[in-house]
Every structure is written in C-alpha cells, then in structure tokens.
Design a protein. Structure first.
Length: 288
C-alpha cells in the first residue's frame, strides 16, 4: 500500500508534464505552420501553390528563387534588399543614438518639469499611429520630402520612438548612482559620464533596442508604401506586393521565394544578438 502511495505522485507529475509538452508542441505547430508553408511553397511552381492540398512540393524547383533574384519592374532583388538594409541600419543607428541620450536626460539629470515631460512622452504610446499619419504626410509633402527615405528615418534620430526611451530609462534607473557621484567628484561632466560610464553598461538594453528597431523597420510595409512612389526606393516588404497583380497573372512562387530571402537577415540578426535580448529584457525595470 505504501508503495502505491509513493508511486502515484510521481506518475501524476510525469503525466502532467507529458500533457504540457504535447500542448506546447500543438501550439508550436499552429504558430510555425504558416512559416513552414511559405518555405515549402517557395519550391513549388506557381500553379501548385494556391488551392493545392500537398504541403510538401511534388517536384521541387529553384526557378522561383531565380525569378526573385532577377527582380521585378526593372529593379533587381539586391536593390530592394539594399533599400531595406539602409532603412533598417539607419533605424538602428538613429534609435540607439537618440533614445540613449534622451533616456540619460530623463534618468540622470534633474531639470524643471522632468516628470511632466516624461509622462507626456509615455502618453504618446497611447496615440494611434493612424491619428498622426495624415498631418505628418502633409508636412513632409509640403517640405518636398515625399518619395525620399527621410520621412522614414528622421523620427529615429529625434527620439520619436517613446518605447525605446522608456526601455532605456528603466534600465538606467537600475544602475547605481554612486558611479555618477564618484565621477562628478573627479570632475567629470554629464557627457563624460554618459560616454565613459553609462553607455558601456547599457550593452544589453542597447542590443535589445537594436533588435526591435531592426525587425520593425525591416518588416515595415505601411510607411514605405505611403511615402515611397518610385520602385527604385522600395524595400522588400513593398516589393513583395509587385508580384501579385489582381488584373493579370500573379507569380506567387517568386513572391514566396522573395519572402524567404527577406526573412533570412531577420533570423540571422536575432540569432546573433538573442543573448543580449534576453539579458536586456530580464534586467529592464529592476531597481537596485
């Protein structure tokens, strides 16, 4: 009898663990299925993608990748890729540069109205993007900046992304103020403290912000679609739309192939910096 009492709890734990693993695998299968379908569809002829019940291609082909690399509308794939890379890298540089400086001011410098300005900045997170898009477009149009990449990048260099400023402020609040006080006693100013002390300690949150900024810019579709008219300036998300034509034949195979090629840099970027992402999210908001 005692043996049965000892065995049952362990059996129930193993059964519960098995159930959770099966549930996790089922959820993972549902989440990953669209990506798997896209990857396998890139190796199918166009006429076998829409309406086909076979997930695995019957006759795999690389023609879709050749078509995608040749480009469309007279523009090569590498031009689209270069435009996306320019926007993504520019967004990372602008976000890290402007948000870190702004966050240092909010977290370390006592100036009149600091709490009010910080609250107003956080309040912009509640403002829907579609509310400001029309006034922004009118301003950029009057300045003659439509059909350039300036509207897509200028906000990154002006700390317009409140999310990143908030993320860095929370991280800086967890850094010991004794470091700043010791530097002040040695005659260092805010600029020296920021560049020599604070910035090197911010590597996790800077990496986290870089990953988010890169992925959000790389996957942005609405902004480039709104401001860019010339196909030579299109990034990859907008270029994918060119393969689908409602009035004539749509090349879904090439679209899937270009989508796979466009996804690769994001995955590589994430894999390289994922340990910093985990460290930055885990320590953000801790106050020591």
């Amino acid at each position: 009898m005692s043996t049965m009492v000892d065995v049952r709890p362990g059996y129930r734990r193993r059964l519960g663990s098995l159930g959770w693993h099966l549930l996790t695998l089922a959820i993972a299968a549902v989440v990953l299925y669209p990506g798997l379908w896209m990857l396998l569809s890139a190796f199918k002829p166009t006429n076998q993608i829409v309406g086909s019940v076979n997930l695995v291609p019957v006759n795999p082909t690389l023609d879709n990748f050749r078509t995608a690399l040749d480009g469309i509308a007279g523009v090569s794939f590498w031009r689209f890729f270069g435009n996306s890379m320019l926007l993504a890298v520019g967004s990372v540089i602008g976000t890290v540069f402007s948000a870190s400086i702004t966050a240092y001011a909010f977290a370390r410098i006592d100036f009149p109205g600091r709490r009010i300005w910080f609250a107003l900045m956080i309040g912009t997170l509640l403002l829907p993007f579609h509310v400001v898009i029309i006034p922004q477009y009118i301003v950029f149009n009057q300045l003659g900046l439509v059909d350039t990449m300036v509207p897509l990048l200028i906000g990154k260099f002006l700390a317009a992304e409140a999310f990143f400023v908030f993320l860095m402020v929370q991280f800086m609040r967890g850094l010991p103020r004794e470091l700043d006080e010791a530097a002040f006693l040695d005659g260092a100013g805010h600029l020296r403290i920021f560049t020599s002390i604070t910035l090197p300690l911010m590597k996790p949150v800077l990496a986290t912000s870089s990953i988010f900024a890169f992925i959000w810019s790389w996957n942005d579709f609405f902004g480039p679609l709104l401001y860019l008219k010339n196909s030579d300036l299109y990034p990859l998300p907008v270029a994918l739309r060119l393969f689908v034509d409602q009035t004539s034949t749509s090349d879904y195979g090439a679209q899937m192939a270009m989508a796979v090629l466009a996804l690769a840099p994001v995955i590589i970027f994430f894999l390289v910096f994922q340990r910093y992402l985990i460290g930055g999210v885990a320590t953000t908001g801790l106050k020591g």
